[in-house]
Design a protein. Sequence first.
Length: 139
Amino acid sequence: MHTIIYELLDELKKAVSGLLAPVIKETYLGRAEVRDTFRIKGAGVIAGCFVQDGLLKRDADVRVLRDNVVVYTGKLISLRRFKEDVNEVRGGYECGAGISNFNDVKVGDILECFKIEKTAALETVAAGDRGAPAEARRG
């Protein structure tokens, strides 16, 4: 038996959370312009990029835009700066970027880097409820 209503509500939320689809949130990280391409044996095509704003991050999701149309969406598998492997490159710097399973990078393409976060649906719905008096929650 539940003596406190909040314990009952927590158990109900846990029971229902498996039934709802997770909320997917996309967070923009940065964008880079492809200025040159290099064919590397064993690695495929590497895009020589200039990071315009934000940052490019290794293993983040990346979208290839050509004439403002999405051509490919995949992962950024390699990121180099001056022959050194790096985890991220910030705005205003140049780098070499390799995209998983995509070798059709062309000069002028835009690489848009983003990350996807999945949260339980109940967390987003009930985030503001906790701790507020019942009268305040009713409106």
